[in-house]
Design a protein around this ligand. Structure first.
Ligand SMILES: Nc1nc2c(ncn2[C@@H]2O[C@H](COP(=O)(O)OP(=O)(O)OP(=O)(O)O)[C@@H](O)[C@H]2O)c(=O)[nH]1
Ligand SMILES: [Mg+2]
Length: 398
């Protein structure tokens, strides 16, 4: 059995950067220029920032997948959040991909989150492409920023071969890229070509032992919990009975009822996966990140994915003050408990602990922004609750 590249030579990449350096805007332009949308289709700006809070705040909160077709090949792209509170999303996204676009703002240069995400990508031995973005900014200082990027790689002890990373210059807003800063770009073709040239095609053995890793979760009102997975080896088929290796080490037999592949922003039904592809599986209750689908006989689970421990805690309580019930309809302890349980289905970076009193729930997360997003969502959905001040020194239970 030989290791083969996939029939359509899939490339899997994540786009990573400090907050606001232009990741989602560049993915937008890539989607538009790859003919993903119909010519008359009205598409919102930064279409990947699809939930209400993402749209309003102009930030990405959840890592999301999209796929574009380029000639006969497919590029799966994971757009990641740049805000430090959502760093766990980035770490997990990196498990799905073979390469990264490290985006750096041509004026701001590398910032703390650039360093964090690059260090994770280097640890995972992913192939980098450096993208100097926002070259249209009047205060752009392209050469200096590029030097700072080299310094950052050196500081992070990157191997010499990694230091030969290619560099491309983009204006994500206009959708242009150029390999030569002195020659203005006209479209993103040079970026697509560079991805194909630089990022290794996904490999694996289509007829080998099944190994499919759950790297992210999503939720659909119709389908319930969705497991987003990378197919490392073998072929997963709709209707098939297979093993699911759980994070606690035990193995369950499950049946695959619904299987999807990504196409643009859509999930498309499929009967059979391609090796190397990023796919979604519906209909498996309780499935979570880090678990893997394996063969029924002699299952070979993939290594578990580590998820960062929470760093802050906020207590959510029932509003039992004199003005209770004025702001929201969903006010009881049971309402809040059910809502938090629903959140835990897809949001793996928060935890909820009992406090011993039924009206209080201790919610643990990675940062104030992350928990404030949850509180804001709950208020909009009609919940009324009181929240404590965040406790930063919280030591998470092991
Ligand atoms: N001038 C200029 N502005 C840009 C360019 N690319 C993105 N922007 C702007 O930069 C801001 C941030 O863009 P986003 O695409 O949301 O940045 P992001 O990296 O996805 O942000 P997070 O996901 O929250 O980390 C927006 O106002 C964009 O319009 C560019 O090439 N040139
Ligand atoms: Mg974004």
């Amino acid at each position: 059995m030989s290791i083969s590249t996939t029939a359509q030579a899939i490339r899997n990449i994540a786009i990573i950067a400090h907050v606001d350096h232009g990741k989602t805007t560049l993915v937008d332009a890539m989607l538009r220029q790859s003919g993903t949308f119909r010519s008359n289709e009205a598409v919102a700006e930064r279409v990947m920032d699809s939930n209400d809070l993402e749209k309003e705040r102009g930030i990405t909160i959840l890592a999301k997948n999209t796929a574009i077709q380029y000639h006969n090949s497919k590029i799966n792209i994971v757009d990641t959040p740049g805000h430090a509170d959502f760093g766990g999303e980035v770490e997990r996204a990196l498990k799905m991909v073979d390469g990264i676009l490290l985006l750096v703002d041509a004026s701001e240069g590398p910032l703390p989150q650039t360093r964090y995400v690059l260090s994770k990508a280097l640890e995972a031995k992913l192939t980098p492409i450096v993208v100097i973005n926002k070259i249209d900014r009047p205060d752009a200082r392209v050469q200096e920023v590029l030097n700072e990027v080299y310094d950052l790689f050196i500081d992070l002890d990157a191997d010499e071969s990694v230091l030969e990373f290619p560099v491309i210059y983009t204006n994500g807003k206009a959708g242009t890229a150029t390999m030569d800063i002195d020659v203005p770009g006209t479209d993103l073709q040079p970026l697509f070509e560079l991805i194909f040239k630089t990022i290794p095609a996904a490999t694996g053995t289509p007829d080998g032992d099944l190994q499919v890793l759950v790297t992210n979760l999503d939720y659909s009102d119709y389908l319930g919990r969705l497991a987003i997975c990378r197919v490392f080896n073998g072929t997963l088929k709709a209707g098939q009975e297979i093993s699911l290796s759980k994070i606690d080490g035990h193995i369950e037999t499950v049946k695959i009822t619904k299987l999807f592949t990504f196409h643009g922003l859509k999930r498309e039904d499929t009967t059979e996966t391609e090796v190397g592809d990023i796919i979604a599986v519906a209909g498996i209750p309780g499935i979570t990140i880090g678990e893997s689908f394996c063969a029924l006989e002699n299952p070979k689970p993939l290594p578990l994915i580590h998820i960062d421990e929470p760093t802050i805690a906020i207590v959510f309580s029932v509003n039992n003050g004199p003005f209770a019930g004025r702001e929201g309809k969903l006010v009881t302890s049971r309402n809040i408990k059910e809502r938090l349980e629903r959140e835990l289905l897809t949001n793996v970076s928060i935890r909820v602990e009992d406090t011993g009193t039924p009206d209080n729930f201790k919610v643990l997360g990675r940062g104030e922004l992350q928990l404030s997003v949850l509180i804001e969502m709950m208020r909009r959905e009609g919940f009324e609750l009181m929240v404590s001040r965040p406790n930063h020194r919280h030591q998470a239970r092991q």
